[in-house]
Design a protein around this ligand. Structure first.
Ligand code: GDP
Ligand code: MG
Length: 441
């Protein structure tokens, strides 16, 4: 526990200038976070290099630690990279019938996304839409699109057996013009891997359909592979935007950064489920937070500032600077943690704490534990709080009973207090603590 708490306090209270070493340390963590989030290695490398250039020599904001400052820079840079130009709904779909070509690997979610997007454009922009499946490999795929089209209330091109993808595209185009449709969406066939047959077929379809938009559908759970897929499709077919599917899964969405980095094309939408309305505009901020796995470290700093009252911090800073840390101080800290959303809340806001959070919950370390510890301190006398060394067996028994808990639990609390007091003493020596606590106000 002390290690975990130590980490919390370290991040809350360390402060200084943003040195090369600070930046390097933080960036190592960031790069690991990126790789864990399935960002491809070259992209992660290049990205951290850019952040390094930006971060080095930057003025440290008074209210955050250097580590947090770097993470904030990374966070902002991530958002900047992820943010394409223009809003998601800025698809080029004027001059009816505008063709939208959907490309991607098999199973990436093309057909589903086609239906989702059709529904969205119909519902929100009142467009008349025709869907056509060019998946000649799998007859079931054409049926699938027709069923989905009916479900979302748009038309689909009647299925004619034996036609090639190019023939179907031609027929769809004619039908879209004659039928007075605003938009023609072409759902292409995919392969499990990129190959020449797939690419030349898509190219031929593109030449016939002259799409205004070519959207690459990518499974948001794919990692390293996403880069190849994006580079190949963009190079050989030319894409105008990206849709990331399965962002409802527990992947960390690193594919988004790889996509942006490799293609420079905007990510328009994200798929958040199998249902036809599970499609949302891409939100760079959300994905950036998810990639860093940091909940929001900036929020942590802000929350700490909000809840930490100025006088209290000042008073504590003075005490800690003298190496004083008694039970009252510990209680203040525990109250503080509870206010900030408890152990879960605090840990959830720190990078890489997801696993620990789970472990902590399993070990019974949660808000209830914080409350039990506070109850123990509450049942101590004033004297005992000020001087925990007084606590011998009989007093311990009384205190534990007063809180309705076992003595063993009190012993744990005392051990924790000792460890923290030692830490405070160490930090107090350099006067760093005072500065740090002041900085939090
Ligand atoms: P295609 O081969 O590229 O046309 O892929 P499909 O559209 O047929 O989708 C393959 C599977 O992925 C289907 O079972 C879909 O329901 C599922 N799917 C598609 N998009 C999403 C999504 O955003 N989230 C989830 N959870 N499943 C999705
Ligand atoms: Mg399909």
């Amino acid at each position: 526990l002390s290690e975990r708490l130590g980490g919390v306090f370290d991040r809350l209270t360390r402060q200084g200038a943003l040195t090369d070493a600070d930046v390097a340390t933080a960036l190592r963590e960031v790069r690991t976070a990126l790789l864990e989030a399935d960002v491809s290695l070259p992209v992660a490398r290049e990205f951290t290099k850019r952040v390094q250039a930006k971060a080095t020599g930057q003025h440290v904001t008074k209210s955050v630690t250097p580590g947090q400052q770097v993470v904030k820079i990374v966070h902002d840079e991530l958002i900047a990279v992820l943010q394409g130009e223009g809003p998601a709904d800025a698809l080029k779909i004027d001059n009816p019938p505008a063709a939208i070509l959907m490309v991607g690997l098999q199973g990436s979610g093309k057909t589903t996304t086609t239906a989702k997007l059709a529904k969205r454009l119909k519902d929100r922009q009142g467009k008349r839409i025709l869907l056509a499946s060019l998946d000649t490999n799998r007859p079931a795929a054409m049926e699938q699109l027709a069923i989905l089209a009916a479900q979302v209330g748009v038309d689909s091109l009647p299925i004619v057996a034996g036609q090639t993808a190019v023939q179907i595209a031609q027929r769809a185009k004619t039908q879209a013009s004659m039928g007075g449709y605003d938009i023609l969406m072409l759902d292409t066939a995919g392969r499990l891997h990129i190959d020449e047959v797939l690419m030349s077929e898509v190219q031929a379809v593109r030449d016939i359909a002259q799409p205004r938009e070519t959207l690459l559908v990518v499974d948001g759970l794919t990692g390293q592979d996403a880069v190849n897929v994006a580079a190949q499709f963009d190079g050989q077919v030319g894409i105008s935007g990206v849709v990331l599917t399965r962002m409802d899964g527990d992947g960390r969405g690193g594919a988004a950064l790889s996509m942006r980095h490799v293609t420079g094309k905007p990510i328009r939408f994200v798929g958040l489920g199998e249902k036809v309305d599970a499609l949302e505009e891409f939100d760079p901020e959300r994905v950036a937070g998810r990639i860093l796995g940091m909940g929001d470290i900036v929020a942590l700093v802000e929350k700490a500032r909000e809840t930490f009252e100025a006088e209290q911090a000042e008073r504590m800073a003075k005490r800690f600077a003298k190496g004083l840390f008694n039970m009252n101080d510990l209680k203040t800290q525990l109250d503080q943690m509870l206010k900030m959303g408890g152990m879960q809340g605090v840990m959830g806001m720190l990078p890489g704490m997801g696993k620990m959070q789970k472990a902590a919950a399993e070990a019974g370390m949660d808000d209830r534990m914080l409350r039990r510890q506070i109850a123990l301190i509450n049942s101590m006398t004033k004297k005992e709080r000020a001087n925990p060394d007084l606590l011998q067996a009989s007093r311990k028994k009384r205190i534990a009973a007063g809180a309705g808990l076992e003595v063993s639990e009190l012993n744990k609390l005392l051990k924790q207090h000792r460890q923290m007091a030692d830490m405070m003493k160490k930090m107090g020596k350099g006067g760093a603590m005072k500065q740090a606590l002041k900085g939090m106000m």
